[in-house]
Design a binder for this molecule. Structure first.
Ligand SMILES: *Cc1c(COP(=O)(O)O)cnc(C)c1O
Length: 382
């Protein structure tokens, strides 16, 4: 069994992918070729925003978004400690300070009430820092609570960036992930819901001025052209080849999003009777794209038992995320200690992600569920 089966998807669209790659080899415009522009138009239409600016990775998307707001030393950006390193890494890379906000244990996303309190606390206790913005994450494919987050941002005059690296295809109130904040950022890393065959990403916004600045930052802060440099930027372009591959994948993406819903529903049915196991929760007004199907065990020992059972049954599982960011060595300089963000720490001890992709079959899911309810474990009969 595979954790993510990319081969099943490729089998469906292999010819189209090869045709698209051949077209690029024929026209030879490897940098910002016509496929890149077509991809941007189609992504903007899909997400429902005015502008999609493609780029070299999800990390670059987040970096470019922060650079657009001139984030730098002395600035505080509020984010979650229960995410992939890239989210907070780009804040530090620009010399700004990531200020962590603990999560809601039901959604694994930033808790809006805690966010509001953390902003006020940072303002009063750390006058050297300027509260600049919020970077919320749509973890495992479920949008964060942007209605509440955007309202808090308006109150405190902050920008909001949506890290939609895991949530392209998800929705809140009928609006697509990537369009839920001032700027949305996504990733086309192969294992994400919409992945290419290398690195890639995109930035979304409705704001014309921000879009123009993003396009400039993507190409060395270009003005009239890349030899006229009006600001400090990066080389953040996506390859034309990756854009060509994404165009073939985008054809079947809406269908894959629906298939993911079905796989998730079946998991929740099959696993519903497993004692002390918490299945993912999706608020009524949201649709998750289930980048991961992550369950919560009762405690660390219970998770170890589940992992052993899955291992014995040859079911691959992964822990996202074993170590919350405030406890990572890279962020030691922030001076945090165990206990600072108790909900994130507790979830990191109990969380486990199961195999998840659009082509997972019911028979496989039944086998996965059976591995949990049988009496045998990796250690033998209980
Ligand atoms: C994958 C991921 C990123 C980074 O994307 P890359 O394309 O790998 O650079 C950022 N944030 C989150 C939440 C992610 O899952």
């Amino acid at each position: 069994m595979q954790f993510i089966d990319l081969a099943a998807q490729q089998k469906r669209i292999r010819e189209k992918i090869e045709e698209n790659i051949r077209n690029v080899l024929n026209h030879g415009q490897y940098i910002l070729g016509p496929e890149v522009k077509t991809l941007e138009k189609r992504l903007a239409a899909y997400v429902g925003v005015k502008h999609a600016i493609s780029c070299a990775s999800g990390t670059d998307a987040l970096l470019m978004a922060l650079m657009t707001y001139d984030v730098g030393p002395g600035d505080a950006v509020f984010t979650t400690p229960f995410t992939f390193i890239a989210t907070a890494e780009v804040i530090s890379l620009l010399g700004a300070t990531p200020v962590f906000v603990d999560i809601n244990p039901k959604t694994f996303n930033m808790d809006p009430e805690t966010l509001d309190a953390q902003i006020s606390k940072t303002r009063s206790q750390n006058p050297k820092l300027t509260a600049k913005g919020i970077m919320a994450v749509d973890l495992f494919g479920l949008p964060a609570e942007y209605e509440a987050i955007n309202a808090i941002a308006r109150k405190h005059h902050l920008f909001v960036i949506e890290d939609a690296a895991q949530s392209l295809g998800a929705e809140a109130y009928g609006q697509k992930a990537g369009s839920l904040a001032h700027i949305g950022c996504t990733s086309f890393f192969p294992a994400k819901p919409l992945g290419c065959y290398g690195d890639g990403g995109a930035v979304f916004t409705d704001n014309d001025a921000l879009a123009e600045k993003l396009a400039s930052i993507r190409v060395h802060g270009k003005g009239a052209d890349k030899y006229d440099n009006v600001r400090i930027g990066i080389n953040g372009r996506i390859d034309t080849l990756q854009a060509a591959i994404l165009l073939a994948k985008l054809d079947i993406f809406p269908e894959e999003v629906e298939l993911r819903q079905r796989v998730a529903r079946r998991y929740t049915e099959h696993l519903g009777s497993v004692p002390s196991l918490v299945c993912p929760w999706v608020p009524a007004h949201m649709k998750s794209v289930f980048a991961q199907y992550s369950v919560l065990a009762r405690d660390k020992a219970h998770r170890a038992d589940i992992q052993a059972r899955f291992k014995a049954a040859d079911v691959p599982t992964v822990v996202y995320y074993l170590k919350p960011l405030h406890l990572q060595t890279a962020f030691q300089y922030l001076g945090h200690k165990a206990g600072d963000f108790p909900i994130s720490e507790d979830c990191s001890q109990r969380i486990l992600s199961l195999p998840m992709h659009p082509y997972l079959e019911n028979a496989q899911q039944i086998r996965i569920a059976e591995a949990l309810v049988s009496n045998t474990t990796a250690q033998g009969i209980q």
